[in-house]
Write a protein that binds this ligand. Structure first.
Ligand SMILES: Nc1ncnc2c1ncn2[C@@H]1O[C@H](COP(=O)(O)OP(=O)(O)OP(=O)(O)O)[C@@H](O)[C@H]1O
Length: 409
């Protein structure tokens, strides 16, 4: 079952993403949605919004994001200015698709909400909910004592998965999940996550295979590099990389250059022997292993991940144990009436307790084993080991900043 994504407002809950259209008719052949319900405003953006002078919130290859304030309400937003022409090509269709996906996810609290759309001569402006805490990337690259605590990672990962499960339930694949695209509502205290940047996202459908090459090198799945079909499992690979990075601060596949990164990915050259992983809960490592699997069919889904033991809260675990205990107790057959008193002796009760405990152990082992095992990196050839040189983000951070949002085309 897909968990109900926490809804924003009753108004948002009632919104439909496309008037009188089926998903099929609203989708073109390349997996792009082509109809939106937002009104595209053509009046002056700056008549209604004041741009906050100073630092940009962020910048991608074809977009700049700036903080702004709506004059009529005084509320803060993030305005994403997107160029309509890119490399000499009209990219308005792609922007319309991004708007349509945001509309489709309007009821999901884990996805940034769209407030307004403006069209300027050379740009479109998406007025988005402002995520004041910035990118989770900042905490991923922080010194370990300032980085996320394991409990924070669990809570944020649960939220990321809620958003991704919601998107996948609507047949949307994000295809660019990375710490720069997961924002926080606040950083101190640590708020909730908001998924942004649907520029590379696609609608999936059975009749059509998407094999485009896209994404950010370190987070890209092996099927993307091999030009094999892309699916919701492609996002799940990125979730595996994301979990690794959030827990350790190490980018598991990052090489000296793009080629080495791609080689590491296609050979699943990932180390589970890192000191940072050794100190972790075994269930966290099992979670990552259930995602960093070459064959997309064998990767855990977002729903399966949400049920993974690593992400269960203490209360959930306690509740599950109670339910299991109850079901085990009720499944124990009633003793056949022999006419003799059915009152158990103390010895009989002790024996029964032993049986219950044993069955519970078998059950929890089964739950842990439900997520599939990955092809382990242990047993690498010396060449593979040599190439698996890892860099901490601290070391490569300046270089990463120089090439923001680098895509493979
Ligand atoms: N709603 C928001 N609130 C605060 N900051 C934001 C918001 N949306 C985007 N940003 C910041 O701007 C950056 C760029 O935004 P976004 O990823 O949407 O642009 P993009 O051009 O599509 O990027 P890319 O080229 O990486 O795909 C984000 O990584 C984030 O730091």
């Amino acid at each position: 079952m897909i968990p109900e994504c926490p809804a924003r407002t009753s108004e948002a809950r009632n919104r439909t993403w496309c008037h009188g259209q089926t998903a099929e008719s609203n989708r073109n052949r390349s997996g792009l949605l082509c109809e939106i319900k937002s009104i595209i405003k053509t009046e002056s953006f700056t008549e209604h919004y004041d741009l906050i002078p100073g630092k940009e919130l962020g910048r991608g290859k074809f977009a700049v994001v700036k903080k702004c304030v709506k004059r009529s309400t005084g509320l803060e937003y993030a305005a994403k200015f997107m160029r309509k022409r890119r490399k000499g090509q009209d990219c308005r269709t792609e922007i319309i698709h991004e708007i349509a996906v945001l509309e489709l996810a309007a009821s999901c609290q884990r996805v940034v909400s769209l407030h307004d759309v403006y069209e300027l001569p050379s740009e479109m402006v998406l007025v988005l909910e402002f995520a004041a805490g910035g990118e989770i990337f900042n905490q991923c690259v922080a010194e370990r004592d300032e980085a996320f605590k394991d409990e924070d990672v669990k809570r944020l990962m649960r939220q990321i998965l809620e958003g991704v499960a919601f998107l996948h339930s609507k047949n949307v694949v994000h295809l660019d999940l990375k710490p720069q695209n997961i924002l926080l509502t606040s950083d101190n205290p640590l708020g909730d996550i908001k998924i942004v940047d649907f520029g590379l996202s696609r609608m999936m459908c059975n009749s059509q295979e998407i094999r485009e090459i896209m994404g950010t090198p370190e987070y890209v799945a092996p099927e993307v590099l091999n030009y094999e079909p892309i699916s919701t499992a492609t996002d799940m690979w990125s979730i595996g990389v994301l979990a690794y990075v959030m827990l350790t601060g190490i980018s598991p596949f990052l090489g000296e250059d793009k080629q080495e990164t791609f080689l590491n990915i296609s050979q699943i050259n990932v180390s589970y022997a890192e000191e940072e992983l050794q100190r972790l809960d075994k269930a966290a490592v099992h979670f990552i292993k259930s995602l960093l699997i070459k064959d997309p069919k064998n990767r855990a889904t977002a729903e399966e991940c949400l049920n993974h033991p690593w992400l269960q809260t203490h209360e959930q675990n306690a509740a599950k144990e109670t339910v299991k205990l109850k079901s085990v107790i009720t499944s124990i057959p009633e003793p056949v009436s022999t006419g003799i008193s059915s009152q158990h002796t103390e010895e009989e009760e002790e024996e029964e307790e032993g049986r219950v405990t044993e069955e519970l152990l078998v059950m929890s082992a089964y739950t842990l084993g439900q997520c599939r095992q990955s092809s382990e990196k242990e047993g690498l050839t010396p060449e593979q080991k040599a190439i698996s040189k890892r860099f901490k983000f601290e070391e490569s951070f300046p270089a990463l900043q120089e090439v923001p949002g680098e895509f493979i085309y």
